[in-house]
Design a protein around this ligand. Structure first.
Ligand code: HEM
Length: 371
């Protein structure tokens, strides 16, 4: 027999539960739910791109290029030029006006991903601006330990071409890059937060020679696809911030190309801009901080990419479809020194706090695999 007091507690619990209105979630294809019915279309886009753009949810070339595309579409935004009637911002203009925007050499290498993405946007009748942001957020969530980038939908598909010269180049000085991103509304430290992206990055156009390699054994020259910026290009870890601080001693290709700095490790590529920013008096401590706390690194990156994705748009006019973005799986290692390196190889540049003490992976220096 239930005691009267216990019965009373059950009745109270039932009536309190009944008084709280259930959160209304829209049910979409496959029984998946989202806070807003207008977001249902993005589940269909998600299924399609995971299967047919990202090769079953891989953190591969398309995922990396999709993240780079977010930046190149969005950062071409300058309030003064907008006032003069020029285009720009996260409006998908790089996809709508490829004929114009791809004339700017800074966009070299993005043609393939633009052409690969466009049919999906057309098929699902979503705007180019929305699609670029969505694909970038999904692609990076495919990487081990990837970030959770918020996604807001509802950008119009009307855009004007962005003027050339607004996307930072690897040959730019730190001052020039800070001026450019400052014009787009970012603080200097946010340059470091944006560059968390380079933890999964690689290059193929800055120095096309760096991806030619002699294969061991056969001695044949093979052209690989890309040279990575750190030793773990599929992991959303802090290795990029560690490895950019190692002394540069050689080039992965034949001689230094424009926009390239000496690399610390066979097969690894270092951009001149990354080398400069990591050692800059104003930014070196923030760079080093990215190694100390991965949670902080992820949070700063997520906030900064959200800000990029909203350039030229009012967030309150868009619909929050962030709950469609998959949560990344996989784990990443704590920061380490690549095999054969020691703390003596680190060019610590923050004058107010010591570089964190890291251990090296056992074994001799080995060449990184191209990606
Ligand atoms: C100072 C600012 C930046 C400069 C100068 C810069 C420059 C570059 C360059 C030159 C490449 C190599 C492209 C190639 O030769 O194939 C690259 C790759 C990449 N960048 Fe940046 N970048 C900057 C900021 C960003 C930001 C803010 C993001 C994303 C939010 C980003 C994401 C990427 C990604 C993911 C790749 C790898 C692409 C691939 O592997 O195909 N970059 N960047």
């Amino acid at each position: 027999m239930l005691s009267k007091a216990f019965l009373y507690l059950i009745i109270l619990a039932v009536s309190v539960t009944a008084a709280i209105p259930p959160t209304k979630r829209a049910t979409c294809s496959g029984g998946r739910t989202t806070a807003n019915k207008a977001c249902c279309v993005w589940f269909d886009v998600l299924d399609d791109i995971q299967e047919n753009l990202f090769s079953g949810g891989d953190c591969g070339d398309e995922a990396r290029e999709s993240l780079r595309l977010i930046f190149h579409d969005a950062i071409a935004w300058s309030p003064a030029l907008i006032a003069l009637g020029q285009g720009g911002g996260a409006d998908g203009s790089i996809m709508a006006h490829t004929d114009v925007e791809m004339q700017d050499p800074v966009n070299n290498g993005l043609d393939e991903i633009i052409e690969a993405q466009r049919p999906f946007a057309l098929k699902h009748k979503v705007s180019f601006g929305d699609f670029i942001q969505f694909a970038g957020a999904v692609g990076v969530a495919n990487c081990n330990g990837g970030p959770q980038i918020q996604f807001f939908a509802g950008r119009s598909n009307e855009s004007r071409p962005a003027p050339p010269g607004l996307v930072p180049q690897p040959t730019d000085s730190v001052a020039e890059i800070l001026l450019r991103i400052g014009d787009a509304g970012f603080l200097p430290v946010q340059l470091v937060w944006m560059l968390v992206s380079h933890t999964i990055a690689s290059q193929k156009t800055t120095d096309p020679c760096s991806i030619r390699r002699m294969t061991e054994g056969t001695g044949k020259m093979v052209v690989f696809k890309r040279a990575p910026f750190d030793s773990t290009p599929k992991d959303f870890d802090a290795q990029f911030f560690v490895e950019t601080m190692l002394k540069g001693t050689f080039t992965p290709g034949q001689g230094l190309h424009s926009g390239e700095a000496l690399s610390p490790y066979p097969g690894e590529f270092r951009l001149q801009s990354d080398a400069r920013i990591s050692r800059d008096g104003l930014l070196a401590c923030e760079w080093q901080d990215m190694i100390m706390d991965r949670g902080n690194m992820l949070q700063k990156f997520e906030l900064t990419v959200l800000q990029l994705s909203l350039l030229g748009f009012d967030q309150s006019m868009l619909t929050d479809c962030s709950d469609v973005i998959p949560i990344a799986t996989g784990t990443v290692a704590d920061p380490f020194l690549p095999a054969g390196m020691s703390m003596d190889d680190i060019e610590a540049s923050c004058i107010i706090s010591p570089f964190p003490s890291l251990s090296a992976v056992p074994g001799p220096v080995t060449s990184l695999s191209p990606v």
